[in-house]
Design a protein around this ligand. Structure first.
Ligand code: TIU
Length: 228
């Protein structure tokens, strides 16, 4: 057990029951020509999270922390795409249409894949999710149960959409979430700040917030001597 300084109070980190969950660090969200850009966003707003995440991921792997990745997207036949999501926004292009990185938000297309800087390695589950939350219609709850996980260190994009939805889903399943301010990002900086404040308000109604340096310190801290 290691105490990690956090808001609204210290997070008691138990690496044996924790995992790093990296949400949707896909080309479709952080590179031009993908889903995020199609929605009218400035994808450059998200890129600041990449460098801190690279450092965190290296430290997590070094420490042997269990790592999971998610990708938002849909099957090529769109059988897992609700019509409500397909038509939302009334844009000229939508999910499944062809763009510069292949069909938008479709599994197997270049844009759907995780960015090279954060590419998963063997042993790190990649959870494909059709919704904003990582628990909806995925195997994540089974993995959490099988491994006895009770803590998630949550990173990725975007703070107020897929990160927030996942944190809320996890919270209702009895999982403590520690969200990293520098390893999450939004197309709207003010939404990022407010989303983080919403997590820690009311005594940590959805969880805790800290930064990658605090987690890296905890991951590299010498083990506590055994009691007695
Ligand atoms: N649009 C937006 O901010 N986010 C998403 O659609 N998905 C995720 O957050 N991954």
């Amino acid at each position: 057990m290691v105490q990690i300084p956090a808001q609204p109070y210290d997070f008691v980190f138990d690496p044996d029951k924790a995992a790093l969950l990296i949400i949707d660090m896909q080309r479709d969200f952080v590179e031009p020509g993908g889903f995020g850009a199609m929605l009218g966003n400035d994808v450059g707003q998200l890129r600041g999270a990449i460098a801190p995440l690279v450092g965190l991921l290296a430290a997590a792997r070094q420490a042997g922390l269990f790592v999971m990745h998610t990708r938002e997207g849909h099957k090529p036949d769109l059988s897992d795409l609700h019509e409500s999501k397909r038509v939302r926004g009334k844009g000229t292009m939508t999910i499944g249409d062809s763009g510069p990185m292949g069909r938008i938000l479709i599994v197997g297309e270049p844009g759907h894949d995780i960015i090279p800087e954060l590419y998963p390695i063997a042993g790190e589950p990649v959870i494909d999710k059709p919704g904003k939350g990582a628990f909806y219609d995925t195997e994540l709850a089974d993995i959490v149960a099988q491994r006895g996980l009770t803590q998630l260190i949550v990173c990725g994009v975007t703070t107020e959409v897929c990160v927030h939805t996942t944190v809320r889903e996890a919270n209702d399943r009895g999982i403590d979430c520690l969200v990293l301010a520098d390893c999450t990002a939004s197309y709207f900086p003010e939404f990022h700040e407010t989303a983080l404040r919403m997590i820690v308000a009311q005594g940590g109604i959805f969880g805790w917030v800290t930064d990658s340096a605090s987690v890296i310190s905890a991951l590299t801290a010498p083990a506590e001597p055994a009691a007695g």
